[in-house]
Design a protein around this ligand. Structure first.
Ligand code: HEC
Ligand code: HEC
Length: 372
């Protein structure tokens, strides 16, 4: 810098007008597919059946579709998820819509691939509470599965291949005909005047784009907004036990985990004080179908979310609240415009009918090659 003293003077002219440095808002690109799990129609079809098959849960009652139901926005419609029978979950069930586009999964981003996420769901005690070996044995006793795995993977049904197929199916559950996308591709009348004004506010006065950026409207960072405790968590001992049990399993000392009145979020994975109460920024696509909102489903409507941001979030006992969350002084019209923009991020409802689940059968003896 000593050799170029004038560079300092030039720098402000080179910077954009806001401090925002993330990806610009954009239409949804084609679905990214990892090299090690290419999409084929037969694999997607197998994954779809497995997604709906409750035999992949310990007691045979609960499939992915139990908590990620197509007609409930691919979530379960509740503020807090139902959980595996005999348990209740303490977080909101996230949508499957567009998960293909994320680079980490769960409210705290604790799964690094979609395939690994599916493993967490099947084996997790609050989701499907299943043992991997037993899952494999059950699939092997379904002749139709033996044939499908043979065709797709050239192997007998295996747990890891089941995860690949489920992830392949999830990669087909994507937005369609979204007004915002049409607008970004040049169809200027795809958005009304209010939504266009809302988009300006989103990227300007309201500052949403600082975290909700790029084609998925998330930079996938972690933040604490000071989201209030959900009353149905505060008054439900079983949900609190579920949370504390999970915290304990993550190796956090008892004196500490007993003191939390709310979800410590990403801290569970990193154990760093600055991560307490932070969650991965969620996508804002398809909000029309995916309420209630936030990691604990505390807000039932988008108006409630906008009011929350407008008042600068709520109190935070962890001392980690994002400095980006502060009162916005939005007028009534501005709030309505922001909501119109959020609504423009939802497209046609994506529905998939539950497939027929193939039956078990007594295995023929000696075993046919398809079972090996
Ligand atoms: C009993 C309810 C339940 C079942 C069954 C269940 N899930 Fe979930 N799912 C949840 C909850 C709750 C979360 C959020 C949990 C968290 O962040 O700790 C979640 C999160 C996810 C996410 C993360 C989305 C994102 O934006 O990061 C994906 C993907 C997912 N589930 C897929 C599946 C698949 C695939 C199956 C079946 C193999 C499944 N789930 C079974 C309740 C369930
Ligand atoms: C500091 C980063 C940040 C900023 C700025 C921000 N958000 Fe968020 N947003 C998040 C995070 C993180 C969550 C999840 C928080 C949680 O559950 O505790 C979230 C959640 C949401 C949700 C709920 C989504 C769901 O599926 O549950 C909506 C809607 C939303 N934000 C809209 C907005 C709007 C509108 C603005 C601007 C007024 C905005 N956000 C500004 C980070 C941010």
């Amino acid at each position: 810098m000593r050799k170029m003293p004038f560079a300092w003077l030039l720098l402000p002219c080179l910077l954009p007008t806001s401090a925002f440095a993330g990806e610009p808002l954009a239409a949804l690109p084609p679905v990214p597919v990892p090299d090690n799990n290419v999409q084929t129609p037969a694999k997607i079809e197998l994954g779809k059946i497995l997604y709906f098959d409750p035999r992949l849960s310990g007691d045979g009652t609960t499939s992915c579709a139990s908590c990620h139901t197509p007609k409930l926005g691919w979530g379960d419609g509740n503020a807090l998820s139902i959980g595996y029978p005999g348990t209740v979950h303490w977080r909101n069930s996230q949508t499957i819509l567009n998960v293909a586009y994320l680079n980490k999964w769960f409210w705290t981003g604790s799964a690094a691939t979609l395939e690994a996420q599916a493993k967490g769901a099947i084996t997790g005690p609050l989701a499907q509470n299943m043992n991997t070996g037993l899952a494999e044995e059950r699939m092997r006793q379904v002749p139709a599965y033996a044939k499908m795995f043979k065709d797709v993977f050239n192997s007998a049904p295996s747990f890891d291949n089941a995860l690949m197929a489920i992830a392949a199916f999830e990669r087909t559950v994507v937005s369609k005909n979204v007004p915002f996308d049409r607008y970004m591709k040049g169809e200027k009348n795809a958005l009304g005047a209010a939504a266009v004004k809302g988009m300006e506010l989103f990227q300007g006065k309201a500052g949403c784009v600082q975290c909700h950026s790029g084609a998925m409207l998330t930079e996938q960072g972690y933040h604490n907004l000071g989201v209030p405790v959900n009353k149905s968590f505060a008054s439900d001992l079983q949900r609190q036990i579920a949370m504390r049990e999970r915290i304990k399993a993550k190796g956090i000392p008892e004196a500490e985990f007993l003191s939390f009145d709310r979800d410590p979020g990403h801290y569970l994975d990193t154990k760093k004080a600055e991560d307490k109460g932070t969650f991965r920024t969620p996508t804002l696509r398809e909000l029309k179908y995916t309420g209630p909102y936030m990691h604990n489903g505390v807000f039932a409507t988008l108006d409630a979310v906008i009011d929350f941001y407008n008042r600068g979030g709520d109190d935070d006992p962890f001392g980690t609240k994002s400095p980006l969350i502060k009162p916005l002084n939005l007028t009534k019209d501005e709030k309505a415009a922001l909501r119109a923009f959020l609504e423009s991020l939802s497209g046609d409802e994506i529905l998939v009918a539950a497939p027929d689940i193939p039956d078990y059968a007594v295995l023929p003896f000696p075993l046919q090659p398809t079972y090996r």
